[in-house]
Design a binder for this molecule. Sequence first.
Ligand code: UN1
Length: 503
Amino acid sequence: MTRQIVSIVGGKDVPATSTYISANPARTGEVVASVGLADAGAFAAACRTAKEAQREWAKVPAPVRGRVIASIGRLVEANAEALARLVTEEIGKPYKESLGEVREIVDTCDFFLGEGRRLYGQTVPSEMPDKNLFTFRNPVGVAAVITAGNFPVAVPSWYLVPALLCGNAVVWKPAEYAAASAHAMYKLFAASGLPEGVLNIVFADGKETFEGLDLALSEGSVQKVGFTGSSEVGRKIGELTGRHLQSACLELGGKNPMVVMPDADLALAVEGALFGGFGTAGQRCTSLGTVIVHESVHDEFVERFARAVSNAKIGEPMGDVLAGPLLDEKFAVRYEEFLTWIQPHHEVVTGSTGKISKESPHHEFTGEDGLYYHPVVVDGVRPDDRLFLEETFGPIVGVTTFQTMDEAIELANLPGYGLSSSIYTTDAKNAFRFREGVSAGMVSVNNSTSGAEAHLPFGGNGKSGNGSRQSGMWVLDQFTRWQAMNWDHSGRLQKAQMDVADI
Ligand code: UN1
């Protein structure tokens, strides 16, 4: 029987105004859930409900909120396999990766449950005698969190868990094509003892969400927006929040480079490129975009890389495969458009492009209607190419060459994104020069561009985001606002800057 899901606000189901069908990308005829979508008014109403609930939640001592986070972690862990299976069914991510995603929610809870007993403020020396200065972290209020479906549970947890721990309420709007996974995760969170209205889930299309958010921001019932998705939508969210004098945590696209130095371990570099470029069918924001390889090792690298790619198994995501299908029809359409443009202009060194057929060596699936695409390597990509400059969000990697380190860094920065980056080298000097020169939020040395750990700062610069960072202690600055307090016990009016003691 088809799952029927709707938004849940204040613990109650919200009537839908339209329906979206979330399908299995491995068998597009198979419905995973029928999703009732809410309109802009319902979105704004959810933010009002959250605002009410937040007042009480903020009064719960942080260590007690930490215990609720601990209970979320336990519930997610106990239901990990079922949640991972649903993620695989709904977005086609290989089961092993889905399980890793669910693990990442637990890791995030593990980190933040302890933060409930820290959430430190500071004592600060005053320039005057008999005066004490302090800082406190206050919750921001209500966070509207809008997430993509390529990481339908792990990345949302990077917002939800710290936001809740810090004493905020949340209205979460997941991607429609990953709605069933989000709904199942919401249910686990809600069962942990969170008071009603503190966490709400709203399914709505982009237009209704945007209008609802605009209204909620103007009413003062949203103080923070968390957004993971495309650079194009991120720009609109940034403009909207800016207009209302609120701030957004923006985690956007990437065109992540990998530099291969002449001294690199090429076997390792090929492995990193294969996982970074084609793991998750190239649909991570941290996926590899372009390999920038030293001209002296170019031919050998390309030959080995093309061979590794030809041997990769693409197929049934419950099986042992490098990648499953693309996430959803809308991404397949966009990716095909890109491929149509690429073909006449470029040298594809891996043979076929487009949908995988029965005859293909990659073929590891049954049925005809899965969104399975050939992994594609294109050599000789020039810096003015669309393939060099644009995020593709599909299984395609470009290769270009360089001569000097300065040139490699310049090429790495050229697309103007700045999320992840990687360098393969056996010389520490190269690694540090690259780290210093590359304008990316994350740098891997002898590792793939994708695969960040949940407690390091995650985020990008330029077209990848507004410099905000998620994860670990760094995200606390997104979900709290510093409050400064001074307490004068001198018994007289001491004026800052004017009554500073001379010695
Ligand atoms: C994303 O693609 O939106 O580093 C996030 C990684 C993952 C997160 C990716 N841990 O690839």
